[in-house]
Design a protein around this ligand. Sequence first.
Ligand SMILES: Cc1cc2nc3c(=O)[nH]c(=O)nc-3n(C[C@H](O)[C@H](O)[C@H](O)COP(=O)(O)OP(=O)(O)OC[C@H]3O[C@@H](n4cnc5c(N)ncnc54)[C@H](O)[C@@H]3O)c2cc1C
Length: 407
Amino acid sequence: MVSFDNTELAFAHQNDSDLKRSKWLFQMMGNTMMLKFGLKAMPLAVRWKIPFTNQIIRNTIFKQFVGGESLQETKDVVDKLARHKVKVILDYGAEGAGSEESLDHACAEFIKVIDYASSQENIPFISIKVTGIARFNLLEVLHEKMNLSEKKSILDKYTDALDMLEAEEKSSWMKSMRRLEDICECAKSKQVSILVDAEETWIQDPVDAITIMMMMKHNQVKAIVYNTVQLYRHDRYDFLYESYLHAKENNYLPGFKLVRGAYMEKERARAFSNNYPSPIQPDKTATDNDYNRSIKFVLEHVDEIATIIATHNESSNMLVCQLMKEKNLSANHPHIHFSQLYGMSDNITFNLAHHGFSVSKYLPFGPIHEVIPYLLRRAQENSSVSGLTGRELALIEKEWTRRKSKS
Ligand SMILES: Cc1cc2nc3c(=O)[nH]c(=O)nc-3n(C[C@H](O)[C@H](O)[C@H](O)COP(=O)(O)OP(=O)(O)OC[C@H]3O[C@@H](n4cnc5c(N)ncnc54)[C@H](O)[C@@H]3O)c2cc1C
C-alpha cells in the first residue's frame, strides 16, 4: 500500500542545492515577520522595477513554484517530472487582464499551450482561468443578473442573464465566448483536456454555466473539459450532485477537479463587509467532510465521472487510494487522476507515481509580473498559520538528514 513517508522517493528529483533552497524558502515563509514583509514588498518591488528584484524572485520563490517565464522554459521541469512518471497540468498564469487585446493575447497563448501539450507525452491537461479571457467586471455583472433570474437551472439563469446585458456588454461577452470555444475546439482536436479553474464566488455562476455548456459539447467520448468544485463552499456538494445528474440526463461524461478552495479569507471578508451570509463552510472539519463525501461520491460513479483529486491533504489522498483498492480499480484508472501544485507536497506526488497512480504537478509559467498573484497565494498558503510549512519543512529536514547520514 502507498505511504507518503518515503522522503527518498519524494525528493529524488531534487539535488542537494535544490533541497537547501527549498528548506530556506519554507523557513522564510514560516517566519511571520518575514512573510508579512515579503507579501507587501514583492508586488511593490516588481511594480517599481527595483534593481535585482526579478533576479531575487526568479532564484527563490519563482523557482520553487513556477516552471519558467515562457512555455519553452518549462521543458526542463516537464522532462524532469517525466523521468519520475509524474505528469503535468500546464498553467499559463494569466489572471484578470483588462483590455480586449490582452484577453485576445491570453487566448492565443492558451492555444499555443495546448499545441505544446499535445506534443509532450506527459502533459495531458492544461488549466485556464476564465478571467484570463473575459473581463472580471463583466463576469460580475453576469453573475448578478443570473441571480435575478427566477429560473431553477443554471443554464436557464445564464440565458436570462444574457438577455439583460447592455449591447456593449453583450458584444464583449460574445468575444469571450468565442475565445472559450476556440480553446475548447483546439483542445478536442489535439486530445488535451482543459481544466477550468474556480475563482471568486461572485463571478462563479457564469463560469460554471459556460463550463457545463462546453462539457455538453465536447465530453462525448472523453472528458475534454473539467469544471472545478470548491468544497470550502457549503453549497458545492449539492452542486456536484446536480452537475452529475445534468450530465446523465444529457448523455455526456462530466469532468470535475475537486479542490477545497483558495480564496477563503477574501470570501469571508467580502461577505462580512457587504453584509451577506458567508458562502464558506463554518469550519475546516465541515470542508474536509464535504471534500471526502465528494471523493466517495465520484468513486461510486467512477464509470460516469472523470475526476482530478487536487489536494495536498494526505488523508483525502489516502482515502482515494483505499477506496480504489476496495473497488479493485487499477491504480492508473483513466477516470481518477491526482494532482498537487509544483513545489508542494512532493511526498504525495512522487510516492503516488512510484505506486503507479496517475498523478501530476500543476505547473504554472509566465513572466514574473504576471505570476505575482499566484506566488502571493502560495506564500500565504505556506505561512506558519496554515501548518503546511511545518509539514514541508519536516519532510525536507528528514530527507536532508537521511542524505547526510549516507555521505
Ligand atoms: C492541482 C490543484 C489545482 C487547484 N485549483 C484550484 C482552483 O481552481 N480554485 C481554487 O480555489 N483553488 C484551487 N486549488 C487550491 C486549493 O483550493 C487549496 O487552496 C489548496 O490545495 C489547499 O487545500 P488542500 O486540500 O490541499 O489542503 P488542506 O490543508 O487540507 O486544506 C486547506 C484548505 O481547507 C480550507 N479551510 C481551511 N481552514 C478552513 C476553515 N476554518 N473553514 C473552512 N475551510 C477551511 C481552505 O480551502 C484551505 O485552503 C488547487 C490546488 C491544486 C493542488
